[in-house]
Design a protein around this ligand. Structure first.
Ligand SMILES: *Cc1c(COP(=O)(O)O)cnc(C)c1O
Length: 448
């Protein structure tokens, strides 16, 4: 059986383009493109046969099929030859049973999908492996693509830089100055990417990179390029696989540019069409209250969508006021009986710290998702026996500056009152002093 995929316009679905064309919008109507698959070919194999195939490959050693993304290659990107795949063994991230946090929240079946445990520390690797592999294929076929570029809030740029460095393709990243963490800034620098620090916000970087890519023939790697969505959708497949192919009741994901929630939805719908699953989860998107255009639109039943100027938030990767994938995200939420909730700076920082106290090491965006989880439980939307998955989008080690300030109770300027601070105890190397400090600390712990 041969498998086939192409770009298809989301507004006028009869319009198709090859995946190796340099195109992001429909030439007839300007609509966003999405990747469509030959579903007839995919349905030729039964759901249980797909399950067997995916299980045989998962985390094994035949390149590139051990990768969580490329193990699902037929439904992701069959158009790239195995030799041209640029893979770093993406996916395969732990589905963490949040037993202690779940106990505290009265939710025994709570799980955290650790997408930040990956090569560059965020879920962006899942999509970037597909996009860079396609570029690698196009260059191998003789197409002139001088470089790949993206605007980023810090994680897309890290992923693009790493995959391009591995494949020896020039990368250019557009970053908003002082709006990404030091750890995120050093990632593309270390990988040798051309790193532009622009005195604007993400939305400003986005406008500029589109113009430059247009005029210079540089390939655009932002999520309006829907090749990335194909890689990111495998998180849906992988987490169902980790539940032995059972579908959870709820999935909570933080949203900024809204590509990830769209990808999640696409993954579930295609698994359903392929006979792999027979029900869908509900999806909740969490936004920072300081960057909440989707939340405001949701409150008005999605009748209007007002782009906004996003305000500063500790969840800097989702400080986006004019999300590219808003239409597909809204469509997804309608199909998945979705909800959108927001979290204030105080709520997201404390939820993140609370999760850390139970063995996680969360980024602030995961803090948004955890804060939303708490609200949905309190409201009775998520019930005690619901199987619930929180998508953790990045590794906490990318955001040490915020964590340090949190534990020093030094985030008042962001409106945060630290409820779970923990400070190192500085002492002389004296046994009695050390002993009494430990006794005091253990007493305090026993009281809380
Ligand atoms: C990109 C990113 C998000 C948001 O994903 P979108 O697809 O833009 O909605 C959330 N968290 C982290 C850590 C990210 O890097």
């Amino acid at each position: 059986m041969s498998y086939h995929a192409w770009f298809q316009c989301t507004q006028c679905p009869d319009t198709r383009y090859a995946l190796n064309e340099v195109i992001y919008h429909c030439r007839s109507c300007g609509g966003l493109l999405s990747v469509a698959h030959d579903m007839e070919a995919l349905r030729h194999r039964s759901g249980s046969a797909w399950i067997n195939l995916f299980d045989q490959r998962y985390m094994r050693n035949t390149y590139p099929y051990g990768s969580g993304v490329w193990g699902k290659k037929e439904m992701v990107c069959p158009e790239v030859a195995d030799d041209n795949v640029v893979s770093m063994y993406e996916g395969g991230s732990n589905l963490f049973w949040a037993e202690r946090l779940g106990r505290e929240l009265g939710l025994p079946d709570l799980w955290v999908k650790q997408c930040g445990n990956s090569h560059t520390g965020s879920f962006k690797d899942l999509g970037m492996t597909v996009l860079v592999s396609m570029v690698n294929q196009m260059r191998a076929d003789g197409l002139q693509i001088p470089a790949v570029a993206c605007a980023s809030t810090g994680d897309t740029s890290a992923a693009l830089a790493a995959y391009c460095a591995a494949a020896d393709i020039p990368a250019i990243v557009f970053l908003p100055k002082d709006k990404v963490s030091v750890a995120q800034l050093i990632q593309p620098i270390a990988n040798g990417a051309i790193t532009l620090s622009l005195r604007t916000d993400f939305d400003g970087c986005m406008r500029l990179v589109r113009q430059i890519c247009d005029s210079e023939g540089i390939y655009l790697a932002n999520s309006m390029n829907s090749l990335r969505i194909e890689g990111q959708k495998t998180v849906a497949v992988e987490l169902v696989q980790q539940f032995d192919w059972q579908v959870p009741d709820w999935i909570i994901v933080p949203g900024g540019n809204l590509g990830n929630v769209s990808a999640l939805g696409k993954g579930f719908l295609e698994m359903q069409a392929m006979g792999i699953i027979d029900k869908l989860p509900r999806i909740a998107v969490g936004q920072a209250a300081n960057a909440n255009p989707l939340y405001l639109s949701y409150r008005k039943n999605f009748e209007h969508f007002e782009p906004q100027r996003a305000r500063a938030t500790l969840a800097s990767a989702i400080q986006i006021g004019d999300p590219v994938s808003r239409d597909r995200a809204i469509r997804t939420l309608r199909q998945f009986d979705g909800v959108v909730e927001q979290a204030t700076e105080d709520e997201l920082a404390n939820a993140s710290a609370r999760g850390d106290r139970t063995g996680l090491f969360t980024c602030p965006h995961t803090g948004v998702a955890l804060a939303v989880l708490i609200k949905l439980i309190e409201r009775g939307d998520i019930r005690r026996d619901d199987t619930t998955v929180v998508i953790s989008t990045a590794h906490g080690l990318k955001f040490p500056d915020i964590k340090v300030r949190y534990h020093q109770s030094d985030l008042a300027d962001m409106g945060v009152v630290s409820r779970y601070p923990n400070q190192p105890v500085e002492l002389d190397p004296d046994k009695d002093q050390v002993r009494s400090a430990i006794c005091r600390a253990l007493d305090d712990l026993a009281r809380t």
